[in-house]
Design a protein around this ligand. Structure first.
Ligand code: S3P
Length: 433
C-alpha cells in the first residue's frame, strides 16, 4: 500500500492530453471482441478497470495485443467466444462485470465472473433481474452479489425500464439483446451515458435511439473497426477541480470526450462561476471531442438533485470536495447510488472532508458541505477506502488546505487514472518554473 503526501499551494498551469475515456474503452473492447475481423483501438484507457475488461475477454478466447495505448482485438464474431477455463475476474470494475454479464447471457456455455472485495459487495440484482427475464440462468451469492455464475442460452427480447437509471444496466441488456429473438428495448427516464448504443451502431448494429427509448435489433453482423478513444472527461474533472482550488491556475485539456450525456458537470461548474470554455468540437467515431480550458475563479456553490445526479454520478465526489472552496457550499440530494459505488461515497467523503476540518452534514441520499465561511481546510491523514475517485477528490481538496495531507493507499487512483499524481505534479511544477 502506497501513500502520497500532498503539500498544498502552488498553481496549475499547462496543457494536458488525457488518457482514453474509461467507459468508452470498455465498450469498444467488448464490441470489437464480438465483431468479425481485427479492430484497432487507439488511446485506449490506461485505467486498470479497462485492463480488467481485456483480461476477461482474453479469458473468453479473444486474442488481444496491447502496445503504447493502442489495443488490437481479433474479434471472434457473435458466436466465437470460448468457454473460459477459469473464473473471469473483473477486479474493481463494475462496468466490466455488469456489461459482460449481458454478453455471457447470450453464450452457449456457463461461465463465472467475480471481482475484488469491493465489487463482491456491490448490488448485482439490477442486471440479474432483466437478464433472467431474457432467459439466462444466473446464480449469485447471498444478497445478489458476485461471483455470478451465468448459464447462457437462447434469449428472449424484452422491453425493460431499469428501476434506477444506470448505463451499466442498459448496456448489459443491449449487449444481451444482440443474441435475443427480436428487438430489445430499454427505456430510461434520465438519459444515461449512451456510449454502448453509439459503439454498437459504429460497428454495424441496427439501433433505434430516441429520447428515453433505445432499441437494438438482434444478431447484427458486427464488422471490425479502427477507432480512437476520446480523453476522459470524468478524469479531467479532477484536474479542473485543482485549477479551481488553486488561485492563479489555468489549464487547457485537448481532445476531451464531450458526449452530451457526460457534459452536465461542465454546465454545473459554469453555473456556479467556473470560467470554462469549450472549443473545436468535432465528431469522431460517433462521439464528440473538443478542447476544454479553465481558469481559477471564486465559486458560488449550489445544489445538485434529481436527474442531475445520474448525469454527473462520477463527478459528485469532486464537486462535493469543492464545497469548502465555494461561497455557499455544495448540497447533494437524491444520490443514494453513491452509497453502492466502489465505496459508500457519501460516508467516505463526509469522513475525509471532516477530518480536514470541513463542516459536513450527511443525509441518507446525499450531503451538505459548508462553504468558505466554515473555515480553511487543514491537512489530515486520509483513508480513501480503496476508492479511486475519493482519493483524487480529497487530494484536490488537500491542495487548498493548510499543511500536508497524507493519502493512504494512494495507488488506488490507478483504477481510473494511474497518471493522476504525476500529472498534477507536472502541472504544478510548470507553474513554478
Ligand atoms: C458507467 C456507468 C456509471 C458510472 C460508472 C461507469 C459506465 O454507473 O458510475 O463509473 O461506464 O457505464 P451506473 O451505470 O451504475 O450508474
Amino acid at each position: 500500500m502506497s501513500k502520497k503526501i500532498i503539500s498544498p499551494g502552488g498553481a496549475v498551469d499547462g496543457v494536458v492530453e488525457l488518457p482514453g475515456d474509461k467507459s468508452i474503452s470498455h465498450r469498444y473492447a467488448i464490441v470489437a471482441a464480438l465483431a468479425e475481423g481485427t479492430s484497432e483501438i487507439s488511446n485506449y484507457a490506461s485505467a486498470a478497470d479497462c485492463h480488467s475488461t481485456l483480461e476477461c475477454l482474453r479469458g473468453l478466447g479473444v486474442a488481444i495485443e496491447s502496445k503504447d495505448r493502442t489495443v488490437r482485438i481479433a474479434g471472434k464474431g457473435l458466436d466465437g467466444l470460448k468457454e473460459p477455463r477459469r473464473t473471469l475476474d473483473a477486479e474493481n470494475s463494475g462496468s466490466t462485470m455488469r456489461m459482460l454479464a449481458g454478453v455471457l447471457s447470450g453464450q452457449n456455455f456457463t461461465s463465472t465472473i467475480t471481482g475484488d472485495g469491493s465489487l463482491r459487495k456491490r448490488p448485482m440484482r439490477r442486471v440479474i433481474e432483466p437478464l433472467r427475464q431474457m432467459g439466462a440462468g444466473i446464480r449469485s451469492q447471498e444478497g445478489d452479489r458476485a461471483p455470478l455464475e451465468i448459464r447462457g442460452g437462447k434469449l428472449r427480447a424484452i422491453d425493460y425500464t431499469p428501476p434506477t437509471p444506470s448505463a451499466q444496466v442498459k448496456s448489459a441488456i443491449l449487449l444481451a439483446g444482440l443474441y435475443a429473438d427480436g428487438v430489445t428495448t430499454v427505456r430510461e427516464s434520465v438519459s444515461t451515458r449512451d456510449h454502448t448504443e453509439l459503439a454498437l451502431r459504429e460497428f454495424g448494429a441496427t439501433m433505434e435511439i430516441s429520447r428515453g427509448e433505445i432499441r437494438v435489433h438482434s444478431r447484427p453482423k458486427l464488422a471490425a473497426h479502427q477507432l480512437s478513444v476520446p480523453g476522459d472527461l470524468s478524469t479531467a474533472v479532477f484536474l479542473i477541480g485543482a485549477t479551481l482550488v488553486l488561485p492563479g491556475s489555468a489549464l487547457m485539456l485537448h481532445n476531451v470526450g464531450l458526449n452530451p450525456t457526460r457534459t452536465r458537470v461542465l454546465d454545473f461548474l459554469i453555473s456556479i462561476g467556473a470560467p470554462i470554455h469549450v472549443a473545436t468540437v468535432q465528431a469522431r467515431d460517433g462521439e464528440l471531442i473538443g478542447d476544454v480550458s479553465v481558469r481559477h475563479a471564486a465559486l458560488e456553490g449550489g445544489a445538485i438533485s434529481g436527474k442531475q445526479v445520474a448525469e454527473m454520478i462520477d463527478e459528485l465526489p469532486m464537486l462535493a470536495a469543492l464545497g469548502p472552496f465555494t461561497e455557499k457550499g455544495i448540497e447533494i440530494h437524491d444520490a443514494q447510488e453513491l452509497r453502492v459505488k466502489e465505496s459508500d461515497r457519501i460516508r467516505t467523503l463526509a469522513e475525509g472532508l471532516r477530518q480536514m476540518g470541513a463542516r459536513v452534514e450527511e443525509f441518507p441520499d446525499g450531503m451538505r458541505v459548508e462553504g468558505r465561511a466554515a473555515g480553511k481546510l487543514r491537512g489530515a491523514k486520509i483513508d480513501p477506502a480503496g476508492d479511486h475517485r475519493i482519493a483524487m477528490a480529497l487530494s484536490v481538496a488537500a491542495l487548498g488546505a493548510e499543511g500536508d495531507t497524507v493519502i493512504r493507499d494512494a495507488d488506488c487512483v490507478g483504477v481510473s487514472f494511474p497518471e493522476f499524481f504525476a500529472t498534477l505534479d507536472r502541472l504544478r511544477g510548470a507553474a513554478k518554473e
